[in-house]
Design a protein. Structure first.
Length: 464
């Protein structure tokens, strides 16, 4: 079993402790008994959840927030070099640990499952965490989203399995050494860090090379990038490669996905036997995520029927087609989709569940670099909606790029025949949606930024 707290991490200080990845590591360390501290730019429910675990959370960044006895400073790739707490750590000789290295240390002595891919990581990791917990296996997990409340993105469990979301965006997934790895898909994204698909393939090959000898790679048999990657690593014979999907040659073959409203039923052929189980979220892509989770659990030796039954207990993760509520006959659903492939998948899933209802979208593009490279495809994806409103770009960690605005997406959407308009003022959106929506409609707030905050405001406006 893993030590209670890794060496040098008994008094860690997290810069940006409220972030999805950082807060999960902080939570696990706090649950293991470390004296956790950190800072974040603003107050949040996540910060409060960490305080409830005994962590000290400062709001704002200042050198004085770094305690005299801090054993290390944990950072993500989003932390800039001029951060005052990072500068103070350098002056005082306090070790600086990247988030991925911290997470890798938490996996030491356990049986890790690392979930990678351009899309679907959070959902698949969550499916595994929930189902393994339902089976009484007490997994530890670190996920890029909340299961059922602030701070529920991670937990230190008493069992031997650790399920982790493996982030390719900054190549940090090269730090992990999983017993089982899942690769859901391989596409070009994170344009600030990858210049070409060749770089993406090289990065995923390095990740596959980190799988422990005797371990297992579970990889899509359907997605073109995943198939290409499988060809590229075919010379490695010290791991088992298990393919899944609808392709005839898949080792775990998906025979049928039946929509059941905001859920579905999937039938697979595994080991020469058919198996049907429920997936309590809509859409073919979520059903395929569940099959990937099933294959990974089987690779760890978990009985397939037990795992299939447990997967039915997964009811979603925040921001992944999460129903926020209903008012005036209008359902408001939140979607984290920000890449064209994700946008298309979520819109197709909602179309399948809408039963003829109109689908309206409030979309907030995420990152200038992504919009520059994929703005046309984002606009084309929005053509699947009955009507859309596009907000200004959410910059996150990036500075503006001259000439790159939401107009790229709006123009592409119009060229694809979409009904779309732009809106610069987020505060105006509840009124805009109230003017568009009618009873029976489905409204999606879509994007990886603060568009998620609009759901309750739209519902309140609809009620009024």
């Amino acid at each position: 079993m893993a030590p209670a707290v890794p060496t040098t991490m008994d008094r860690p200080h997290f810069i940006g402790i409220g972030g999805a990845g950082m807060s999960g590591i902080a939570k696990i360390l706090a649950q293991r008994g470390a004296a956790v501290a950190g800072s974040d730019a603003k107050e949040s429910a996540t910060a409060e959840a960490l305080r409830e675990l005994g962590a000290t959370v400062h709001i704002g960044h200042a050198a004085g927030h770094l305690a005299e006895d801090a054993s290390c400073v944990v950072v993500s790739s989003a932390i800039r070099a001029d951060n005052p707490e990072l500068a103070a750590a350098a002056e005082r000789g306090i070790p600086v640990v990247h988030r991925s290295d911290a997470l890798a240390r938490l996996m030491d002595g356990l049986r890790p499952i690392a979930v990678a891919g351009t899309h679907g990581k959070t959902t698949t990791t969550s499916m595994l965490a929930v189902s393994l917990d339902a089976l009484g296996l007490g997994p530890s997990y670190a996920i890029g989203g909340d299961l059922d409340g602030p701070g529920s993105n991670a937990r230190h469990g008493g069992g031997e399995i650790f399920v982790a979301e493996a982030d390719e965006s900054d190549r940090s997934f090269h730090k992990y050494a999983p017993e089982v790895a899942i690769i859901l898909n391989v596409e070009l994204d994170h344009h600030a860090n990858y210049a070409s698909m060749e770089e993406i393939y090289d990065s995923f090959e390095t990740f596959v090379g980190r799988i422990r000898p005797g371990g297992t790679l579970v990889v899509s048999a359907d997605q073109a990038g995943a198939r290409e990657l499988t060809e590229r690593i075919s010379g490695r014979h010290d791991i088992e490669v298990v393919t899944y999907g609808e392709a005839e040659e898949a080792d775990v073959r998906v025979l049928k996905v039946n929509p059941r409203g905001l859920a579905s039923e999937v039938t697979v052929l595994l080991g020469g036997k058919m198996l049907t189980f429920a997936v309590s979220v809509p859409g073919r892509h979520y059903a395929l995520n569940a099959v990937a989770a099933l294959a990974a659990g089987v690779a760890l030796g978990i009985p397939v029927h037990n795992l299939a039954s447990a997967l039915g207990k997964y009811t979603g993760v925040k921001r992944r087609l999460q129903l926020k509520g209903e008012a005036a006959g209008v359902q408001v659903i939140d979607s984290y989709a920000h890449h064209p492939t994700e946008m298309t998948a979520d819109l197709e899933a909602i179309r399948g569940a809408a039963a003829g209802s109109r689908v309206l979208v409030v979309f907030q593009p995420h990152l200038f670099s992504r919009t520059q490279e994929l703005g046309t495809e984002m606009g084309q994806a929005l053509a699947l909606a009955d009507a859309s409103v596009v907000l200004d770009i959410y910059p996150a960690r990036e500075d503006p790029v001259p000439g790159i605005t939401s107009a790229l997406i709006i123009d592409a959407a119009k060229d694809s025949g979409a009904e779309v308009r732009g809106e610069h003022d987020m505060a105006a959106i509840p009124d805009v949606v109230a003017g568009m929506a009618r009873s029976g409609d489905l409204v999606l707030t879509m994007g990886a930024g603060d568009v998620t905050d609009l759901g309750p405001k739209i519902l309140a406006r609809l009620e009024s």
